[in-house]
Design a protein around this ligand. Structure first.
Ligand code: UDP
Ligand code: MG
Length: 154
């Protein structure tokens, strides 16, 4: 089953939105395969946001992402990368459609509550960046056959 990497950013931690955001993923039917709190530093952010290191806002992004510890999660489900990106919404929270996490909880481009992997290939890289193998758990919730029909899994 596909997996993706989520970060509940300091904007979620500071604003006490951690539970609400996790609840959305659980209500959707996604499985939590891994979850922990950690403090990010500039080194890991230079890797994680390598596509942004030369942008003028990068120092501000590092400051924002290191302001508090974050919650990192590995979520599992069919097409989970695409599903979670749709749930997350556009990068700029003011442009994110209502009903999405950013659209419902944010007003900022930078302080946008949540990170989500943007492709299955990057998801694998990002999960390995933030989790050790023994921190990811393989199990099937008892609700599985009510979440997926056989043809969803074909
Ligand atoms: N970001 C920002 N200003 C920008 C673009 C991005 O502050 O103009 C921040 C924002 O927090 C965003 C993160 O950098 O979530 C990563 O940017 P990316 O383009 O990968 O957006 P995402 O995949 O998070 O939607
Ligand atoms: Mg991105």
């Amino acid at each position: 089953m596909e997996r993706t990497l989520i970060i509940l950013k300091p904007s979620a931690v500071q604003r006490a939105l951690v539970g609400k955001v996790i609840d959305r993923f659980q209500q959707k039917g996604l499985t939590i395969a891994g979850i922990k709190m950690m403090k990010l530093d500039e080194k890991i952010l230079r890797e994680h946001y390598a596509h942004l290191v030369d942008r003028p806002f990068f120092p501000s992004l590092v400051e924002s992402m290191t302001a508090t510890p974050v919650i990192v999660m590995c979520l599992e489900g069919r097409d989970v990368v695409e599903v979670v990106r749709a749930m997350t919404g556009a990068t700029n929270s003011r442009k994110a459609v209502p009903g999405t996490i950013r659209g419902d909880f944010g007003m900022s481009g930078q302080e946008n509550i949540v990170h989500a992997s943007d492709s299955p290939e990057n998801a694998i890289i990002e999960i390995n960046r933030f989790f050790r193998p023994e921190e990811i758990f393989d199990y099937k919730p008892i609700t599985f056959t009510s979440i997926y029909a056989p043809d969803d899994l074909a």
